[in-house]
Structures are given as structure tokens and as C-alpha cells.
Design a protein around this ligand. Structure first.
Ligand SMILES: Cc1cc2nc3c(=O)[nH]c(=O)nc-3n(C[C@H](O)[C@H](O)[C@H](O)COP(=O)(O)OP(=O)(O)OC[C@H]3O[C@@H](n4cnc5c(N)ncnc54)[C@H](O)[C@@H]3O)c2cc1C
Length: 390
């Protein structure tokens, strides 16, 4: 079948970033086509996310973008009438060793200087926040009460419906295979089913972003690495915050284990292995559940009664410096990149979508110039991997 059509803008990828981009382009009256090779919206890495949303980062761009996301998530049901599974309750980092306490305490002052609501709380307050938390060696930790959680599954349905109500058209099971570029300006693209014309194209292709580089004549430095997650059967609500465990795992092998209880009462959990697995492989590893279960139980022993329902593996689309690329591209006029979301694309998505709409339509960022500068495509990616590890 062949299709020919003309739009104001085409978004490639109906994921964490592409869906909100379609919403905010639609809000500007732009006629948008969203294309995804998978059978439904949110079926890429979006559905792998466990739904944590926090503004408490150290990078100013991530802070501002996630602040925007949080504000929209909090008010979504009231404003639009649909539930996105918003669960307030914040993020808590219980700490058991002195060096980590120093690191987090120094980060708190930076975060406060960006207007974030975060504080160091003592061991009693932390234990009250996370019932059943291991007390031995607990020093306290940081708590940011305004962060929260959202359901990735609900969000994809709600965002795509909203985008459609604003006039966006979605075509799934259709793969973008090439671009129409004339005189350095984008004119449209080719898919495995037809040709579409538009003066603006937004690339939000997640873990596959680098594959589009040769088709566009540029190099897109996004490499996927994989992370595993799981979910239990629901239990009565007892944990408010999303909990991040910074203790080293067994033999120092794992870092950044985090879990929370979602709006349905299920415990949802995830970790970032120290030895990262680069590539697109998404087969679950047999070591994940035993290692993770051991860590969860050592932190909150009462969790041993939980019944795990499902585990999965997904991809973080990583940039070399751990900071996303949200940027127009000088070499290809009309092209906006919104890629390299790393492990935070779900929480960044709404803020990035707003930024994309402004870059694509008005040609300038919404973020303050110096912050937007850090997200540009033409930057030095060989700089130290500071944010990549956070
Ligand atoms: C286990 C795990 C837990 C996570 N937890 C969180 C969390 O709690 N909070 C958080 O913020 N982030 C989390 N993340 C990270 C988050 O999932 C990603 O950063 C985010 O989903 C990336 O969004 P994206 O829009 O860039 O990519 P995606 O959501 O993957 O969207 C990209 C889309 O582009 C489509 N596409 C690509 N190429 C083409 C093509 N040629 N033609 C047509 N379509 C194409 C794909 O099919 C896909 O649907 C987690 C990730 C994992 C793996």
C-alpha cells in the first residue's frame, strides 16, 4: 500500500518523548503525524519504565524539565479528567554510610539552590517514612516530598488520546526508513509503507535513535544499555515514597536499586547493574530476581512476603555524558532531535515535549538559554561522564 500526505510536522516515535511532543505541537495548532514501528503507543522503552518522576537531579536542565513534568502530572486529572496513576509521596534515599551521607548532603544544597523541596531527615523520620526499614546503621537520608510516581501504561493511553483530540494522527506498525532532504532542509520522510511530507520532523526514536544518523547524514551518539525491573501482586498501601537504596550490592556488583508502591498497591522495582550490558538484547537474566530480592529483603525485611508477578528488561538510551539531546540541528534545517533520555525519559517526557514544540515551531527554546545550551546536539560529548552515572 502506498500513502502520500502532507503535515505541518512529523514525530518519529510514540514513546515517552514522542507522545507529549505531539500533544504540545497539537496545542500550537500544528497538524501532526506520529509514526511508530510498534503496534501501539508506548510499546518501546516507555512501558519498561517503573514510573518514577522526580525533579531532584543535579543537572539544571533535568531539574527544570522534570519540574514541568511534575506540575503537569499533579494537575492532569483535574484539568483533563483522566487518571494517569499519579501517586504523590516523594523520593527517599535512606543512607547507611558516612561518605554517601556527605555526598547527598552536599547535593541537597545545590538542589535547594534550584528551588527544589528536598532535605536531609534523621533516622527516626526515615524509618517512619519507610515502615519496616532496617534500623541498624541507618544515618537518615534525603527526602523530596514533591516527587512522585505515574503509571506508564495509563499515561501512554491518556497522552495519545489527548494528542488525537488536538488533531494528531497516529500510524503504528510503520517504520521510518529514510528522509527527504533538499538543500540542507528536511522535506519529509519515507516509511516501509509510503512517503509523507512535512517541513518539520522530530526524531524521538529512543534506543534506536543512532540508526537514523546515517539516513540524516549526521552522527547521533545514543547507545542503549539494558536494565531490569519487576512488579509484585498488590498489597495494602504502606510505602509512600519511591525508595532508592545506595548501598553497594553483593560484592559491590550492583548500584542504584530502587523500588516503590504504585497507585494500585503493587511494589515495582528496578536496578542499575554496575557492569552495564550494552546493546538491544532484552532477555531477562536469571541473576536479576535473586540479587534484587536479597537486596529488598535486607533493606525492608517484611517485603519477603511479596509475590513477584513479572520481570522485564528494557533499554536506557544513553548519551556519552548522560545528558539528553533536545535540539534543532544546524546541518539539517527543520529537524529537531529529542533523544538520549538515559534512565529518565519517562519523567523528562512532558518537559521535553514542551521544549520540542517550542524549538520546532518558534525555533527557540523555552528553557533559559544557558540551560538549553547544555542539551544541544553540537556539544562536546567527550566531556567526563558525570551525569551518566546519576
Ligand atoms: C527497567 C527500566 C526502568 C525505568 N524506569 C524509569 C523511571 O522510573 N522513570 C523514568 O523517567 N525513566 C525510566 N526508565 C527510562 C525510560 O523508560 C526511557 O528513558 C524512556 O522511555 C525513553 O523514551 P523515548 O521516547 O526516548 O523512547 P521510547 O519510549 O522507546 O520511544 C521511542 C519510540 O520510537 C519508535 N521508533 C524507533 N525507530 C523507529 C522507526 N525507524 N520508525 C518508527 N518508529 C520508530 C520505537 O518503536 C519507540 O516506540 C526506565 C527504563 C528501564 C529500562
Amino acid at each position: 500500500m502506498s500513502r502520500n500526505d502532507t503535515y505541518d510536522a512529523i514525530v518519529i516515535g510514540a514513546g515517552s518523548v514522542g507522545m507529549p511532543s505531539a500533544v504540545y505541537l497539537g496545542e500550537r495548532g500544528v497538524r501532526v503525524l506520529v509514526l511508530d514501528e510498534l503496534p501501539a503507543p508506548g510499546q518501546g522503552q516507555h512501558k519498561a519504565a517503573i514510573g518514577g518522576v522526580r525533579a531532584t537531579h543535579s543537572d539544571p536542565a533535568k531539574i527544570l524539565l522534570c519540574k514541568d513534568s511534575l506540575e503537569i502530572f499533579r494537575g492532569w486529572k483535574e484539568e483533563h479528567g483522566f487518571d494517569v496513576g499519579w501517586k504523590p509521596g516523594g523520593y527517599a534515599f535512606p543512607i547507611y554510610d558516612e561518605p554517601m551521607e556527605q555526598t547527598l548532603r552536599s547535593l541537597v544544597s545545590t538542589q535547594k539552590s534550584h528551588g527544589l523541596n528536598i532535605d536531609w531527615i534523621d533516622d527516626d523520620a526515615m524509618a517512619e517514612l519507610i515502615p519496616g526499614l532496617r534500623r541498624e546503621g541507618l544515618r537518615g537520608g534525603t527526602y523530596s516530598p514533591e516527587d512522585g510516581q505515574v503509571s506508564p501504561l495509563l499515561l501512554s493511553v491518556v497522552l495519545m488520546r489527548h494528542a488525537a483530540a488536538l488533531g494528531a494522527e497516529l500510524r503504528v506498525k510503520e517504520q521510518v526508513t529514510g528522509y527527504l532532504i533538499e538543500g540542507g532542509a528536511i522535506k519529509g520522510l519515507r516509511t516501509d509503507q509510503g512517503v509523507y511530507y512535512a517541513p518539520r520532523v522530530i526524531l524521538a526514536a529512543g534506543a534506536d535513535a543512532a540508526d537514523h544518523g546515517p539516513l540524516l547524514g549526521i552522527e547521533i551518539p545514543v547507545v542503549p544499555d539494558s536494565h531490569e525491573a519487576g512488579i509484585t501482586a498488590p498489597v495494602e498501601h504502606f510505602i509512600k515514597p519511591l525508595v532508592v537504596d545506595m548501598r553497594p550490592g553483593p560484592e559491590g556488583k550492583t548500584a542504584n536499586f530502587y523500588f516503590g508502591q504504585n497507585s494500585e498497591g503493587q511494589i515495582i522495582f528496578c536496578y542499575t547493574p554496575k557492569e552495564l550490558f550494552v546493546g538491544h538484547n532484552r532477555e531477562s537474566l536469571s541473576e536479576f530476581l535473586p540479587v534484587l530480592a536479597g537486596r529488598m529483603i535486607s533493606l525492608v525485611p517484611r517485603l519477603k512476603h511479596l509475590l513477584v508477578r513479572r520481570v522485564w528488561r528494557g533499554l536506557y538510551p544513553m548519551t556519552p555524558d548522560g545528558v539528553p539531546i533536545v535540539s534543532n540541528v544546524a546541518q539539517v534545517s527543520g529537524l529537531t532531535l529529542a533523544v538520549g533520555m538515559c534512565g529518565q525519559g519517562f519523567m523528562l517526557g512532558i518537559g521535553v515535549g514542551q521544549e520540542v514544540a517550542s524549538l520546532a515551531v518558534e525555533g527557540k527554546p523555552l528553557l533559559p538559554a544557558e540551560v538549553a545550551h547544555a542539551l544541544r546536539f553540537e556539544r562536546d560529548f567527550t566531556a567526563a561522564k558525570t551525569e551518566a552515572l546519576k
